[in-house]
Design a protein around this ligand. Structure first.
Ligand SMILES: [Zn+2]
Length: 279
């Protein structure tokens, strides 16, 4: 049977990476209006129990920095409808951007993969299925149920959002603002959906050209935080871990690094990733 995974809709098995996400709204209605130059009481905007003490300490530092930066930088109350919209668009956009990855068995491993399928599912076919690699953001109702807890800000200007597994030991949390689900322009570059980029950090990626092992375009000599990290060439900057939304086969690493765990025995099928956009 002539079968190309790049054409048509191949039969596939879904390999889904589920991230349980708890979104915590910043309760700005509890923040007293400061006198001119006075520091607002940001701590009251953070709902007790949603974040740990050391996380709150870190968050407050960022909020104070934001407040000091410009007179236009303000936190606003989340109107109910805007909050509901933010939650659904966040999930929709991030999944839409990331869910273009597929994996197929590497050359010569097709039979190994089929043997495993036949052993577990009684599946017999000449068609070698591909794996659809999906990211599923499962919005949960309790912080205790979450893999990642995110403080969500309804700001008047862009906040410098961040999210990572490692920037605070033992915790997994992030900060996003309303603008992160939309497209905007920054220094002549079109930036699409920072939230997708931030979830890339959560998946373990550093910036596209960060000088670390395993990165496809390490910018030798660039220091952490340098703009070079976001890509030197236009192509690099277009990646989701640069300033764009393009997901490439190397972005399949979190899935590919995991697949082998589903197989036992001496022969483990190897997979290569490819990209196919939704139709
Ligand atoms: Zn980043």
């Amino acid at each position: 049977m002539d079968f190309s995974p790049l054409s048509g809709n191949p039969p596939h098995v879904k390999h889904e990476l589920v991230v349980r996400v708890f979104l915590s709204p910043f309760r700005v209605e509890h923040v007293e209006t400061p006198e001119h130059g006075e520091q607002p009481n940001y701590k009251d905007g953070i709902i007790p129990g949603h974040f740990k003490e050391h996380e709150i300490h870190y968050i407050l530092g960022l909020l104070e920095e934001y407040h000091k930066d410009s007179n236009n930088n303000r936190l606003q109350k989340w109107p109910d409808s805007k909050w509901i919209q933010f939650r659904s668009i966040l999930k929709l956009k991030v999944e839409q951007i990331w869910n273009v990855l597929w994996a197929r068995p590497s050359e010569g491993m097709e039979n190994v993969w089929m043997r495993y399928l036949a052993a577990t599912k009684g599946y017999k076919s000449n068609v070698v299925p591909s794996l659809k690699l999906d990211l599923n953001l499962k919005l949960v109702n309790l912080p205790s149920e979450a893999d990642v807890r995110i403080l969500c800000l309804n700001t008047t200007t862009r906040f410098r959002s961040r999210m990572s597994l490692s920037w605070v030991q033992g915790g997994s949390f992030g900060i996003l603002d309303w603008y992160d689900i939309y497209t905007y322009e920054y220094e002549g570059n079109i930036i699409n959906c920072d939230a997708a980029h931030e979830f890339g950090h959560y998946l373990g990626f550093s910036h596209v050209a960060a000088n670390i092992e395993g990165n496809p375009y390490p910018a030798i000599g660039a220091k952490p935080g340098d703009t070079e990290e976001y890509g030197i060439t236009e192509h690099q900057r277009g990646n989701v871990m640069g300033m764009g939304t393009r997901v490439e086969p190397w972005n399949a690493a979190p899935w590919l690094n995991h697949i082998y765990r589903h197989f036992s025995g001496p022969e483990k099928p190897k997979f290569v990733a490819y990209v196919q956009n939704h139709h």
